[in-house]
Each structure stands twice: as structure tokens, then as C-alpha cells.
Ligand binder design. Structure first.
Ligand code: ADP
Length: 418
């Protein structure tokens, strides 16, 4: 047997991960590496380290690799893929002036018109001294994929969205081209598209087959969505970590700039998303994880708490309601902590339900079922409360790791998004 295994790599905010799966999607190996997200050399070392960590017999059976990376982490390279700038990270917002220039020409509320967008960062980087020989603007996942193929200048339409790529018409819009950076823009392909084979010297260095394919990657959060297993229109994935993020597979794209709602292309379909400021961080303000589990066991999820909370860690909400001045509503606080937590969980579940209703009201496919990822997924009482309020089946996702989603993309290629 050879070339029957698939490697997903995930370069996230809290480390790099590898996951090897077989044709049936079974996980055969995992690896984890800490890396310095600021240093491209560290990305490369982590990649080599992760591959070396895999059992040799599995490594020799790799048929394809795909990489997921932090979205909006960009850098400039020369024609050989060698960086000529340090990466600007996903959350770097220094490109305020560039964002203003983008806003002047972009359609109202465009996702690339923020200081943290790839496009604003590209313009900022381009204005730095010593960048005249820059040939390509690239993102973390695409740069690593190019290190594997030896072919720079390609990106995928998930990573390219915030670079201003028009995912509806699959082209660079004229307003982007007019910003003085047109010569640096990558050619954009579908996530999962075959980019090429690893060249011999890379195959030898990594000790992997020399006919191993490299497929175009995606962002870390979409890779996590893929991992969760959503496949039909109306499938939602709720990430219940520190914050509350919703993604809904939809026949139509939806957008609402004011509340930060936008849609990624997903093959011939769309992935609509929105994120609330509510989430697990509020629970942490009152209880540690052990106490959360303890109290949750005593909640009867079938009856309403009778409390009308809007839990927020601080004033201000973006989605489902855009209200920068919205105050957290978490009183009156009952004596009984079980009832208090019941009210908090119910309040967050109400925000989640309202969020999906909002996406559907904007034109997304009606919600059919919800997969859950993040720390909140393991709370059975909360899951039952959410199912009651969402009025659809709610289950924990079987897989939650972005590296698993990337492995699925490596395995199925563009079929995955079909
Ligand atoms: P992050 O978004 O920080 O990566 P995680 O997905 O690890 O977060 O989830 C952490 C969050 O999960 C914490 O904010 C915590 O409040 C919440 N959490 C942990 N255990 C439970 C539990 N049993 N029930 C509900 N929430 C929980």
C-alpha cells in the first residue's frame, strides 16, 4: 500500500498540529509543536518537526498534504518564495491609514476594509523600505504550501477573501487592482485544488514520497468547520469557546457589515458566519471549569430558569445585535449558583439561537442541525438547553481539530466542498 494516507497541518494561534488520516477518515497519528507565530523560520521548523514526529511507516504512505493557517497573517516574498518581510499577524491593526484608503474605493462594508485585513497589511508592507523586489503577497497557509511545492504565487479563496478577492466572481476586482499592489496578488484557486507534487529535494528532506501531492489549504477556522463534519445546507457549527462563533452552510451568501457577518465561498455553496462577544469567557468570570461541570450536572435543562440574562464579559455586542454600548445583563443573581448558571447558559443559548435566526433572516439556508466545538461542547445540560431553544438537534462534533479538517481537505480535494 502506498499514498493512501493524508496529512493535515494546522498553524493556529496556539501551536502547530499535524493529523494523519486514512481513506475512511480514521486518525492514525497526531503531532503537536509549539512555534513562534511571528517568525516564518519558526513556521518552517515546526512543519519539519511535525512531519518528523510522524511514524516513519505512515510518513512513507502519504498521498497528499494540505495546510491550514491563521487567516490574515501575511508576508511579502521574492520570486523564490523567500520572505523579504516579517509576517504581519492576523490581529495586527497598524494598517489604519491603508484601511481608510481601501474604504474610499471598496464596496460599503467590505471585509477587506479593516486594518486587520490582508489587503490593508499588504499595502502597509508594500510601503516599507526594501520591499521593491517583493514579488508575491502570501498568507501563512499558502506560503507553507509553496515551501512544499516550490511554486509560490498561489493562494486559496478562503485565505484570499480578506485580501479583497471577489469570491462570487472568482476574480480580483478592479478596485483592488487600482490600489498599487496588483503585481503582488496571488493567483487564487479553490481550497483542495492540487497545487503540485513535492519536488524531490523536499521529499528527501522530509522523508515522504516524491509523488505526494500538495493541495491548496484554507484558514484555521474553516478547517475546524470542515473537521466538525457539517455537509448539508442548514448544518451549523457553533464554536463555544471563550467566545461564541456561528457558521452556517448555506445555498446563498449573506452579508451584514455592521454586525460583522460575511460569507466564505464553499464550492458552489456558502459558509455564512457571525461572532458574538458572549461565550465561555463570561462563565469563567464566575466559575472555574471544575465548578462549571459540578453545577451543570444539577441543572434541569427541560425547564426554563426564569432569568432573562444577556451574558457579556464587558459592555458591547456586535452580533446578533450590533450595539457597541450594550450592557451585560446578569442580574438579579439568585442565591443558588445552580440557578444562576442555568440562567447564564440559557442566556448564551438564546444569543446563539438569535444568531442563527439572524443569519437565516439575512438569506442563509434554514438551520437543520448544529454541531458544537469548544469547551462548552462537553456540557450535556447546556447541549439540552440549546437544543430546546434552537429547535434542532444539537450534538458535539466528533472531530474538532483544524488539523483533522486540513487532512480531510488533503484527502478529498475540491470534492469536499462540492
Ligand atoms: P478557547 O476559545 O479559549 O480556545 P476552549 O474551546 O478551550 O476556548 O473553551 C474554553 C471555554 O470553555 C472557557 O471559557 C470555559 O468557560 C468553557 N468551559 C469549560 N468547561 C465547561 C463546561 N463544563 N461547561 C461549559 N463551559 C465550559
Amino acid at each position: 500500500m502506498s499514498n493512501d494516507l493524508f496529512l493535515g497541518l494546522d498553524f493556529g494561534t496556539s501551536g502547530a498540529r499535524a493529523c494523519v488520516i486514512d481513506e475512511g477518515g480514521r486518525v492514525l497519528a497526531r503531532a503537536h509543536a509549539l512555534y513562534d507565530v511571528h517568525e516564518w523560520m519558526s513556521w518552517l521548523k515546526a512543519l519539519a518537526w511535525l512531519v518528523a514526529e510522524l511514524p516513519r511507516n505512515l510518513r512513507h504512505r502519504l498521498g497528499a498534504i494540505a495546510v491550514a493557517g491563521t487567516s490574515g497573517t501575511v508576508l511579502l516574498t521574492d520570486a523564490t518564495n523567500r520572505p523579504i518581510t516579517a509576517p504581519l499577524l492576523y490581529n495586527d491593526d497598524r494598517a489604519q491609514d491603508e484601511a481608510a484608503r481601501i474604504r474610499a474605493v471598496a464596496p460599503a462594508g467590505h471585509v477587506a476594509a479593516m486594518a486587520t485585513s490582508g489587503l490593508a497589511k499588504l499595502m502597509w508592507l508594500r510601503a516599507q523600505p526594501g520591499t521593491a523586489r517583493a514579488r508575491y503577497c502570501t498568507d501563512q497557509a499558502s506560503w507553507l504550501a509553496a515551501m512544499l511545492t516550490g511554486r509560490p504565487g498561489l493562494s486559496d479563496y478562503h485565505n484570499a477573501l480578506k485580501l479583497g478577492y471577489d469570491v462570487e466572481h472568482l476574480t480580483w476586482p478592479d478596485w483592488v487592482r487600482g490600489l498599487g499592489i496588483a503585481s503582488l496578488l496571488p493567483r487564487v484557486v479553490a481550497p483542495g485544488e492540487t497545487l503540485g507534487m513535492v519536488p524531490l529535494e523536499v521529499a528527501v528532506k522530509l522523508d515522504i514520497p516524491d509523488d505526494c501531492l500538495v493541495r491548496a489549504g484554507t484558514t484555521d477556522s474553516i478547517a475546524a468547520f470542515i473537521a466538525a463534519g457539517a455537509s448539508e445546507n442548514g448544518d451549523g457549527v457553533t464554536s463555544l469557546g471563550s467566545t461564541l462563533a456561528l457558521k452556517l452552510l448555506s445555498a446563498h451568501p449573506v452579508q451584514d457589515a455592521a454586525s460583522g457577518v460575511y460569507s466564505h465561498r464553499y464550492g458552489s455553496r456558502w459558509l455564512a458566519g457571525g461572532a458574538s462577544n458572549s461565550g465561555g469567557a463570561v462563565l469563567r468570570q464566575f466559575f472555574d471549569d471544575r465548578r462549571l461541570a459540578e453545577l451543570s450536572e444539577k441543572i434541569d435543562p427541560n425547564i426554563p430558569s426564569g432569568l432573562d440574562y444577556y451574558p457579556l464579559p464587558a459592555p458591547g455586542e456586535r452580533f446578533p445585535v450590533n450595539d457597541p454600548g450594550l450592557l451585560p445583563r446578569m442580574d438579579p443573581r439568585p442565591e443558588d449558583d445552580v440557578r444562576f448558571l442555568h440562567g447564564l447558559l440559557e442566556g448564551i443559548a438564546r444569543i446563539e439561537a438569535e444568531g442563527y435566526r439572524r443569519l437565516v433572516a439575512l438569506g442563509a439556508s434554514p438551520l437543520k442541525r448544529v454541531y458544537t466545538t469548544g469547551g462548552g461542547a462537553r456540557n450535556a445540560a447546556w447541549t439540552a438547553i440549546r437544543a430546546r431553544l434552537l429547535e434542532v438537534p444539537v450534538t458535539a462534533a466528533r472531530h474538532t481539530e483544524a488539523a483533522y479538517g486540513a487532512a480531510r481537505l488533503a484527502q478529498q480535494g475540491t470534492r469536499l466542498l462540492a
